[in-house]
Design a protein around this ligand. Structure first.
Ligand code: FMN
Length: 394
């Protein structure tokens, strides 16, 4: 994962061209380097300056006049990118690319590129359903181009039907998955749990914990970026759903158990980063509990032990959030549950653990080897944990 992932974004003359700016920005947020090329028609819809201001890089709009990338821009532009994404892709651009035309910077560069190409069509539904467009899209699919969408719905050009540009998060997710295809988790399915479960006391109150879900989400994103198919089973969090990841929302420990049990049937790895309640109210009230003068006692019962219950051919990674005797408690959990790896973090630290952007963890494997990591951003912790998962898988 050392090389920064990069894409070349081709913008063509569709009314949805303005959404390409949001796409470019989101790619940057995801740590992907973005270069932009635009057809002359696209520049009628949105100015190159928009992308230049967002990304602080020059935007290429002309095959012949681009001193910034050298004398042969259609070759140098894509020389070291991992993929070309054309979004939005107009009917005209799709036709040109399908037929090997090369009279603008987007089609010419795509013709000169032998890496993965993705297109996200956007047009009026009659243009999209026209047999010519359908045949052109079929040609591109057959040649290995990934076609994202379009979606059905209300169209900016009037009417209703198939032709809307897919949502930004769908396009980002598909592209990130494509970029991950050569990663060391390619063809693996990983189930990740995240967030803090909520156990109802009555219809409005619950027992929960301070887990933000950030560590689990970072692991899910790192798995995706290394090529895995990821199923994220998430207790409630305030985090946006990560693109390109199948997400199942759950609330209680029991729901998390059931969702995880179903998901691991098709998985090789389970990473339990969720903070699952150990106890729940034995008899949650059906009505809101009224305030009284007396104290209130709530009887708690044990919840299901998810990691302990899911055995078999699965590589299982647990997390131990401890406030004392970190390594001793983590080792005890590792052996009690027969885990392959445990990631222990000290939740009393103020710069790490729950709700923080960073974490300081100790990784202990099934043979007892201990790796103490320094304070790192959660995404880096995720990659270090996955390095160990990859080792154990091989
Ligand atoms: C207002 C307006 C909106 C348009 N919207 C689209 C569109 O959403 N999709 C599309 O394929 N063509 C659309 N077109 C037509 C294309 O801009 C036209 O076919 C152009 O040649 C595309 O050039 P390009 O593929 O080189 O970018 C639109 C044209 C206009 C004037």
């Amino acid at each position: 994962m050392s090389k920064k992932r990069s894409i070349l974004l081709g913008v063509t003359g569709s009314i949805a061209a303005y959404k390409a700016a949001e796409l470019a920005r989101e790619f940057s947020r995801q740590g992907v380097e973005v270069r932009v090329m635009m057809t002359p028609a696209a520049t009628r819809f949105v100015s190159p300056l928009t992308f230049e201001a967002l990304l602080t890089i020059p935007v290429i709009t002309d095959i012949f006049n681009n001193s910034t990338v050298g004398p042969i821009p259609h070759v140098s532009l894509s020389a070291d990118v991992d993929a070309i994404l054309i979004a939005p892709a107009s009917a005209d651009a799709i036709a040109r690319i399908a037929h090997g035309l090369a009279d603008d910077i987007v089609s010419c560069t795509t013709l000169a590129f032998d890496g993965p190409v993705l297109i996200a069509p956007a047009m009026h539904h009659k243009m999209y359903l026209n047999v010519a467009t359908q045949a052109n899209i079929a040609i591109l699919r057959e040649r290995g181009v990934t076609v994202i969408g379009p979606e059905s719905g209300e169209l900016a050009s009037g009417g209703h039907g198939a032709g809307r540009l897919s949502p930004v998060e769908t396009i980002i997710g598909c592209t990130l998955k494509t970029l991950g295809k050569s990663g060391d988790l390619a063809c693996r399915t990983v189930v990740v749990t995240a967030g803090g479960t909520q156990e109802p006391i009555d219809p409005v109150r619950c027992i929960t914990n301070r887990s933000s879900g950030k560590m689990g989400y970072a692991i899910a994103e790192a798995c995706r970026d290394r090529g895995a198919s990821v199923v994220l089973i998430s207790a409630p969090t305030a985090l946006p759903p990560p693109p390109g990841i199948q997400i199942h929302g759950v609330r209680t420990a029991q729901e998390m158990f059931e969702a995880t049990q179903a998901a691991v049937q098709h998985a090789e790895v389970l990473i339990m980063a969720a903070a699952v309640a150990d106890y729940r109210p034995a008899t949650p009230a059906h009505q809101k509990i009224k305030k009284g003068d007396e104290s209130l006692t709530i009887e708690l019962e044990r919840t299901v032990d998810i990691l302990g219950s899911l055995q078999g051919e699965l590589l299982r990674v647990g997390f131990a959030a401890e406030s004392s005797d970190l390594e001793r408690n983590a080792r005890a959990k590792l052996s009690a549950k027969g885990l392959d790896l445990i990631v222990a973090n000290d939740i009393t630290a103020t710069d790490a653990g729950f709700n923080s952007e960073s974490n300081r963890v100790t990784i202990i494997d099934r043979d007892g080897a201990v790796e103490r990591l320094p304070l790192l951003p959660k995404r880096e912790v995720a990659d270090r944990v996955l390095d160990r998962v990859v080792q154990l898988l091989s």
